[in-house]
Ligand binder design. Structure first.
Ligand code: FAD
Length: 566
């Protein structure tokens, strides 16, 4: 390592060493939630927790931070043709991307838990995903899509039997080859077309039976992330209506399928992951699920990716918060560390509350997904309503947290080397993807209308905290009224209000979980600041750092303070 040479004109003073060489899994809210949600049947909890800390140390190492930087500073490059003019449609990535992907796949952050079937497998995977994505968010996209593809693929048992073991394999095997012969596969999804992404039924891609059991797809997709995946779940108009298909990049005979990558998106957010525009020119695909029931089939994938949106956003909130608290604990102004100035204490404690609540809610939903996957109907009903609400709210909070955390570092936070600009640019993504804010909030209404048990499951869950905090009790009474109203008022009125309802559900769920499980000072400060004013919950949020008087902030901040090795 080269030593920095001293400046001639001045000594470098009061600069905070970058936060590195720490265990990202040193996160009490995460570890406590993992133990709770994985439940008593979770095998070898000590061993799995030790492995999580190992992954946390790797994720927080300077070496991994460097991989993340390189993967974003050297973005993927599209090669449409070879030197002799043949189409190849390949995307080249920096070796740092492949290293990050190797860890993600060998750690089983993709489809591995679907093969396990043991209690807690999805919860443990959620915890590992949350930890590793704090190192670099972009490569999480194909990892999440591969995780999410399995439940949709199971609508076609023969295809699931053929590909699920390879999607769950812990071998990262990049490159375009026949899927059946590879050591491991990755899956993407392609729904959005130029004329609309929310309204997927307006899709124009056509699917025509090929006479031999398959289909030929003709059309385009306007957003197709991670186009080097091996398999894609695609929506297209079959003779019976919108249908879900599985489209391989390489055909069983070794030739390339007619999926042309037109260009890569020059997008906001991470630069490491490639998002593309593609055209299908009679591309071969297998049908998945019933013809004409494409939306229902692919919704299984959408639901699982939405869980990862919540986990990924909670992870971004956590790393932003930890970075700000670390910096403020060392940097001094006006003769004291930043954190000890009362107003900065209020800002940081407020961010810490947001982080604790986001992590706790994300892990509760991972627990619900785990139990729902093993047939628990009550947890499935809770998930159906709570997941879109959480996706709406936690993803909406992330850009606000990222901006505030960045400001805690002053000008240093605005500079790329701090890592915070990358996080800030990426912060809105999970809100847009997989159902943007309005669409996700509208899905809360859909769940209330179509899954009658979902409101009862939600109320039963929040009632577990009844009597624990008077502000929460009052907020739950309001939630009861609003849930009833949502189905009683006109459809237009219910839609007009549904962001408020989605936010209210998420904040009350967060509060109830904190009242039951978090240290009393955390629960008290959360309820005081988020539920203390009758109309505040999930309404126009005040800026961070406007906590009410009289709260105990030290125990709140302790939960987001990490120790650096050496
Ligand atoms: C980085 C990135 C990667 C992506 N990767 C993929 C991918 O791999 N595969 C894929 O299929 N898609 C992908 N998408 C596309 C994404 O899912 C869509 O952009 C999203 O679903 C919105 O669709 P749209 O862009 O057509 O916007 P529109 O559908 O035109 O919506 C525009 C706005 O109107 C709102 N809106 C729409 N309908 C209503 C309504 N009824 N009431 C109130 N408001 C409404 C929406 O919430 C949104 O805010 C990606 C997007 C991004 C940014």
């Amino acid at each position: 390592m080269t030593r920095a040479t001293p400046h001639v004109t001045h000594e470098v003073l009061n600069q905070v060493p970058p936060l590195a060489e720490y265990d990202i899994a040193d996160d009490p809210a995460l570890i406590e939630a993992l133990r709770r949600e994985a439940g008593p049947g979770w095998p070898d909890p000590e061993g799995q927790e030790a492995a999580l800390h190992e992954l946390g140390a790797a994720a927080g190492s300077a070496a991994t931070q460097d991989l993340a930087r390189l993967a974003n500073e050297y973005p993927p490059v599209l090669r449409t043709h070879d030197s002799r003019g043949h189409r190849i449609d390949e995307v080249e990535f920096h070796p740092a991307w492949h290293e990050l992907m190797t860890t993600a796949v060998t750690q089983g952050l993709h489809a591995a838990p679907w093969l396990s079937g043991t209690p807690g497998a999805h919860v443990a995977r959620a915890a590992r995903f949350y930890v590793w994505t704090q190192a670099e968010a972009g490569h999480g996209c194909p990892i999440s899509m591969t995780y999410a593809a399995v439940p949709a693929l199971r609508h076609e048992p023969a295809l699931a039997a053929r590909f699920e073991p390879l999607l769950a394999s812990r071998s990262y095997d990049p490159g375009l080859r026949v899927p059946d012969g590879k050591a491991g596969l990755l899956a993407g999804m392609a729904m959005t077309e130029k004329q609309g992404g929310s309204d997927v039924r307006a899709g124009t891609t056509r699917a025509v039976p090929d006479g031999a059991g398959g289909y030929l797809l003709t059309g385009h997709k306007w957003f197709c992330s991670a186009p080097m995946c091996d398999l894609f779940l695609v929506l297209a108009q079959a003779p019976e209506g919108l249908t879900c298909f599985l489209l391989p990049r390489v055909l069983p005979d070794g030739t390339r399928n007619a999926m042309r990558i037109q260009r890569l998106k020059d997008k906001l957010g991470n630069r490491s992951n490639a998002s593309s525009e593609v055209e299908y020119d009679g591309a071969f695909a297998w049908r998945v699920g019933e013809p004409g029931r494409g939306v229902t089939t692919i919704l299984e994938m959408v639901s699982a990716t939405r869980l990862d949106c919540v986990l990924g956003s909670a992870a971004a909130i956590r790393v932003a918060c930890v970075t700000a608290v670390h910096y403020a604990g060392i940097r001094r102004s006006f003769g004291a560390t930043l954190v000890s100035h009362p107003l900065m204490t209020s800002v940081l404690a407020d961010l810490a509350l947001e982080s604790e609540a986001a992590t706790t809610l994300a892990m509760r939903l991972a627990g619900a997904a785990d139990r729902a996957a093993r047939g628990d109907a009550g947890e499935a009903a809770l998930l159906r309503l709570a997941l879109p609400a959480a996706k709406y709210w936690v993803c909406k909070r992330t850009p606000a947290v990222a901006a505030e955390a960045l400001e805690c570092l002053g000008g240093n936070g605005y500079v790329e080397e701090s890592g915070l600009p990358r996080m800030y640019r990426d912060a809105p993504l999970n809100s847009v993807w997989e159902g943007s804010g309005n669409v996700t909030a509208l899905d809360v209404l859909r769940a209330l209308g179509r899954v009658p048990g979902s409101a009862d499951a939600l109320l039963a869950e929040v009632d577990l905290a009844a009597g624990g905090d008077r502000r929460l009790d009052a907020a739950v009474a309001r939630l009861r009224r609003e849930l009833k109203d949502a189905t009683a008022v006109s459809a237009a009125q219910a839609q007009y209000r549904c962001r408020r309802l989605a936010g209210l559900i998420a904040v009350i769920l967060q509060a109830s979980l904190l009242v039951r499980h978090a240290p009393p000072a955390v629960a008290d400060a959360f309820c005081a600041s988020r539920l203390g004013y009758p109309d505040q919950a999930a309404g126009p949020a005040a800026a961070f750092g406007t906590l009410p008087d009289g709260l105990e902030t030290a125990p709140v901040l302790e939960r987001v303070t990490v120790s650096v090795r050496g």
